[in-house]
Design a protein around this ligand. Structure first.
Ligand SMILES: *Cc1c(COP(=O)(O)O)cnc(C)c1O
Length: 463
């Protein structure tokens, strides 16, 4: 992220120890369409609206904190990915970003497939009517029960992640009298995050089977020998929040290299290649993500070119966007509880949620933006930090933010781009109850995941 030094001098510079910060935006009431869901705007009273509904009414009806999800935006983004990749490719939505039965139905209706990586995610997918053949099962340590359920349900593919798993899945399928379609996940030595990628990253991570040292080739050899599985392709996922396509270029080059080796050694041309997910979104105005059609064009060109030069038929491509579909479609609505100015430092704004509904700031040092949404304000910008209500000083939601200087308890503020990896990573730390997910569309709101209650909490506590 490119951030500029603030010209105003020590007032801000002294307090931002990580050395970068944005200048206050020219207009604190403006809502950058890059980071907010498509239908977000302001009504005549200044309150932010989404799907035609003011957040003030949503807060009254559903309480705070709450994740507010713009259903038509979700559908548009899902459709844009689907359309961009066309009939000769598959788009698997990565369920771990955010999964609920409503989301599964939207994906089904929009023609997307679904990635799951646990029995719980599989159960959610199947219970909402996603056809099993459109589900891919992931994970580096699937339990024998999970493998059995996935094979028995007839999932379209299992992505194998270790030598043990090749054998486990083959045996399970054979015992069930089935032949399971599988891909092998390899690590190609590319690591991509945000604006940089490393082409020579060593494969020091838990996912995948390394291409280096011939391990991936050996995994292919074994998979091709087993009757219970049908090896249909190679899978590679290189990182997250990626803006730069050059990491995919190197990854595709290496995956196609393996396909070529497989052809030369076994006389088999594997029909599929999966390039994973990880495409970036705008969390702040500094981020400039690519459109799905640009990504589709780039990836298709890369794979086609690599295959032509290896004299291979171009395999069917699949991709697995999670964040890029759901991330921008939701924001978290909070009520301000306390406002604590620290002289010469900044103002701490406490909200009624925190690290239990958004762990990404604490976990990844993620950046977010924030806005006052229950009204507009002409007050001077104040340097703020939005923090939660948890007993932990690292409980930060937005590390560096400018909010209006007249911000007061009772105001509603919202953090955009929280659709991915927020509800799905939510916890009950401090026995705080997990917020609901409220979907809005065309002037109607409905709860798709309800707020947790104390009864829910105590039900698990069996004494
Ligand atoms: C996490 C993950 C994804 C989705 O990543 P996003 O950053 O949400 O697009 C896709 N594929 C695999 C294998 C993953 O682990």
């Amino acid at each position: 992220m490119s951030r500029s030094a603030h010209p105003a001098g020590p007032r801000h510079a002294d307090v931002l120890t990580d050395g970068h910060y944005s200048a206050p935006p020219a207009d604190l009431n403006a809502l950058d369409p890059k980071v907010w869901a498509h239908t977000v705007g302001r009504d005549a009273d200044g309150a932010v609206t989404v799907g035609g509904l003011p957040v003030t009414r949503l807060a009254e009806e559903y309480g705070t904190p709450a994740y507010i999800l713009d259903e038509s935006d979700f559908r548009e983004r899902a459709r844009a990915w689907r359309t961009a990749f066309g009939a000769d490719a598959d788009v698997f939505y990565a369920g771990k970003a955010f999964l609920s039965r409503a989301v599964v139905r939207w994906l089904h209706e929009e023609g997307l497939n679904l990635d799951v990586c646990s029995g719980g995610e599989l159960a959610t997918a199947l219970s909402a009517g996603m056809p099993a053949e459109r589900v891919a099962f992931h994970g580096n340590n699937k339990s024998p029960e999970e493998i059995e359920r996935a094979v028995a349900a007839g999932v379209g593919r299992i992505v194998l992640d270790s030598f043990q798993e090749i054998v486990r899945v083959a045996h399970t399928a054979q015992a069930l009298g089935k032949r399971q379609r599988v891909q092998i996940r390899i690590t190609v030595g590319v690591e991509a995050h945000t604006h940089e990628f490393i082409a020579t990253a060593h494969e020091d991570q838990k996912f995948g089977i390394p291409l280096a040292g011939g391990q991936a080739a050996e995994a292919v050899r074994r998979a091709l020998q087993l009757d219970g599985i049908e090896l249909i392709g190679i899978h590679s996922h290189i990182g997250s929040q990626i803006f730069d396509m050059s990491g995919f270029e190197v990854a595709a080059h290496r995956v196609v290299g393996l396909l070529k080796d497989i052809r030369d050694e076994h006389g088999v041309e594997l029909p599929e290649i999966d390039l994973g997910g990880g495409l970036g979104i705008a969390y702040t105005s500094d981020d400039d993500p690519r459109e799905p059609h640009e990504i589709a064009k780039a990836l298709t060109e890369i794979v086609t070119r690599e295959c032509e030069s290896a004299r291979l038929r171009t395999p069917r491509i699949s991709v697995e966007p999670g964040r890029a579909i759901v991330g921008p479609t939701a924001f978290t609505l909070y009520e301000v509880g306390t406002v604590k100015p620290l002289d010469g430092l900044r103002t701490y704004v406490s909200v009624d949620g925190g690290m239990s509904d958004n762990i990404r700031t604490a976990l990844y040092d993620a950046e977010y933006s924030v806005a006052l949404v229950s009204r507009t304000s002409d007050a001077e910008p104040m340097l703020a930090r939005v923090v939660g209500k948890h007993c932990e000083s690292g409980d930060i939601v937005v590390k560096d933010a400018f909010l209006p200087g007249d911000l007061a308890p009772g105001d509603l503020i919202a953090v955009p781009a929280t659709g991915a990896y927020c509800r799905s990573m939510a916890s009950n730390y401090n026995h705080v109850l997990r917020p609901p997910v409220v979907a809005v569309r065309d002037g109607e709101a409905r709860v798709i995941v309800r707020r947790e209650t104390e009864e829910d909490l105590l039900r698990l506590d069996v004494g």
